[in-house]
Write a protein that binds this ligand. Structure first.
Ligand SMILES: C[S@@+](CC[C@H](N)C(=O)[O-])C[C@H]1O[C@@H](n2cnc3c(N)ncnc32)[C@H](O)[C@@H]1O
Length: 253
């Protein structure tokens, strides 16, 4: 683990995020992004189901055999997936890395400090909900960029990410970092709707066979993949949803 420059409300900063970077980052927008993501904490109660369950169903069979693992989620948002792993593997060291301080602050308050979080989604026609968090002693959150991870090479047993790859400025650099920090035979579980924002990314990373070739060129061995991991993200109390058709890859170093 590399040293951090400073910390704010329990969140170590491994990247010195400038004022301009904060201003330009949509994931720092509290009401638009953090509140919406926080609904995932209480999704089961709110929607009667966990919309990301299809991701867990695809990923679960590839989780580590070892009880003591190093598990890293990149672009963890408010931390629900990595918290699920931290609970499943209490002897493991788990890290959630994200580039948004606001997301990490919420993740840390809920999963590490055990604070009660009130979630106001009244603008979506929902009643206010609150939920008590948990105090997971093996879970840590830190601010860093996927393209420059603060971990030693060959240090992680499992690396995860969902809805991240198509948001990276340089996806290949991010994938190379994931490869660098994984232990030999360590696995990467990558889930992405491939909803790229730049024409050049569509050319390089699409279709999935092209992304598979890039993973192989980096050195990964493809173990499993599925191009229809469907996530129906609820939008409001009327039942409107966004349907994400995700590609899931499991690859090994
Ligand atoms: C669409 S959200 C997905 C959050 C969560 N993984 C999920 O599936 O609900 C994308 C997340 O990736 C983070 N992110 C975007 N670019 C990043 C980067 N270069 N390095 C680390 N995190 C990044 C954002 O701050 C945001 O929390």
């Amino acid at each position: 683990m590399q040293p951090f420059t400073y910390s704010r409300k329990g969140i170590p900063f491994f990247h010195e995020k400038t004022k301009l970077e904060f201003q330009q980052d949509i994931y720092e927008r509290y009401h638009e992004m953090v509140v919406r993501q926080s609904a995932l904490h209480i999704a089961d109660e709110l929607w009667g189901r966990y919309p990301f369950q299809p991701i867990l169903d695809f990923a679960e069979k590839h989780y580590p055999q070892e009880a003591e693992s190093n598990i890293l989620e990149i672009g963890c948002g408010v931390g629900r997936w990595i918290a699920t792993l931290a609970k499943h593997y209490p002897k493991s060291t788990c890290w959630g890395i994200d580039y948004s301080y606001q997301m990490l602050k919420r993740a840390n308050e809920f999963w590490v400090e055990g604070q009660e979080i009130a979630i106001d989604l009244s603008d979506k026609g929902l009643d206010e909900h609150s939920q008590k968090g948990e105090q997971l002693g093996n879970l840590n959150f830190g601010l860093a960029k996927a393209e420059k991870l603060p971990f030693e090479e060959n240090s992680q047993t499992l690396v995860l990410n969902s809805f991240l790859l198509d948001r990276l400025e340089n996806p290949t650099m991010g994938l190379k970092e994931m490869y660098r920090v994984l232990k030999p035979t360590g696995k990467l579980i990558l889930i992405s709707p491939l909803n790229f924002k730049k024409a050049e990314h569509w050319k390089v990373y699409y279709p999935p066979s092209q992304l598979a070739n890039i993973l192989k060129e980096i050195g990964f061995l493809v173990l499993d993949w599925k191009d229809d991991v469907i996530v129906n993200e609820p939008l409001d109390s009327h039942g409107n949803v966004v349907r994400w058709k995700c590609l899931g890859f499991v690859v090994q170093k």
